[in-house]
Design a protein around this ligand. Sequence first.
Ligand code: NOJ
Ligand code: CA
Length: 543
Amino acid sequence: MSEQPWWQKAVIYQIYPRSFQDSNGDGIGDLKGILDRVDYLSWLDIDAVWISPIYPSPMADFGYDVANYVDIDPLFGTLASFDRLLSALHQRGIRVILDFVPNHTSHEHPWFQEARASRNNHRRDWYIWRDPRPDREPPNNWLSVATGGSAWEFDRATGQYYYHAFLAEQPDLNWRNPAVRAAMYDVLRFWLDRGVDGFRVDTIWRLIKDAAFRDNPVNPNYRDGDPPFRRLLQVYSTDQPEVFEVAAEMRRVLAEYPGDRLLIGEVYLPVKRLVAYYGPNLTGAHLPFNFNLMFVEWKPDAVLRLIQEYEASLPLGAWPNWVLGNHDQARIASRLGLAQARVAMTLLMTLRGTPTLYYGDELGLENVPIPPERVRDPFGVNMPGTGQDRDPERTPMPWDRSANAGFTAGEPWLPLGRDLSIQNVEAQKRDASSMLALTRALLDLRRRELALSVGDWAPLAVEGDALAYIRRRDGRRFAVVLNLEPVPKAVRFADDLRGRTILSTHPDHTGYAVGDRTELDADEAVIIAMEHAGNTARPDATG
Ligand code: NOJ
Ligand code: CA
């Protein structure tokens, strides 16, 4: 069997660059800041970083509005500082994944400036232009994710609407135009030539829209509190079959380069649709991000069903992946509470497939409440009071007990949270019972035991309302048993596990022999090393 590509065993760590480390006192994280923290990343022992966009941008969507795909925003640094960071990370064996934002550019991108200059500009068809309806209304009913209003912006000068799935400052590119494709593939090559190890492709499932721009149907299940754009089902505005051809083309660009460059796709779809993004014959994304753990009901049955459905739906040869947090969703510690965040981390690091860890989740960082006057995220500004603000999960990384937790010598762009005396890297490094210590122990175990990263996964039948499964590779077998509730549980297994707990969310609970039952504390998850499969039939030498 051929050696697995690096990303199958890898743990990916997402850095939101504005909030990781500021190096020049302007209150905004930057590349030099990340460089100053490379030792931390190396100590934590992650395999790859994915850095959210760092390209020149007017920052209407904090970098997801790119004005130049082949440079670095001065706020973050320069191409030279990027190269320094890349080589420092590579020296420590850490790969670098960039965020690629192909669905839309900034309205300040020269391509859009040309496109909007006149109806017959040679770049006009690089974007999506439509005539108004006879009543002057937008061409169809599609809604913007970023505002909840129409996704069409009228351009007075040329008398047509352009489409923007997100902000009006983020016009969608026309991916049916081969010239757009060619230009964007050259962008990939620019960064691949520089040595990056892969891309996370922003909102890949939106690249191709219905050719006839039909109205989206009303969502009968819309409920108060859902994001406003969900009033319609995105049937025609997303997830069109021609998108797989685009993903395959991107994949082929990566294949021009040696070293297993990685293509990750951002896809918010249920399992059945999500797995299509591996592409026909696995020609699509290596890893279509699997976000379903972030939305599943936190009960043993529901989580088990999700894992089984996902495992069963994977095309032959497709590699799984799991995500617990990112810069668009509430922090896991706020969704489930700190105690369950430890259980969730244990789950993430013991499932089959590549885990992605969001910066700060290793500390159990919580959503930071943002006073209305400090809201910066356009979702929060445009849809106040609807819970859409993403600032709470994007706040600065707390490093130590100094002013602003060591993040900046200036005024941080977003406020830091409470409890910084405990929730900081330095304090948690010294505390064997901290979330950071747990995360690191899990990463360490996962690196040492291939069964936990690339081994087989199988459910383990238990009595007692816990989530349980087995990981196995060669002779090595581990049982993972997780209590998803804040009450103790007595768990009974069908067979004698003949094992010993080697890791627990409760630090002193290791080293216990486990037979056909075990007691879990409230909010406790344990990893049990089972006796070698081959050992079970060994005659007792002391007879
Ligand atoms: C998904 C990104 O993760 C999100 O932060 C951004 O606002 C949209 N795509 C638009 O690029
Ligand atoms: Ca800075």
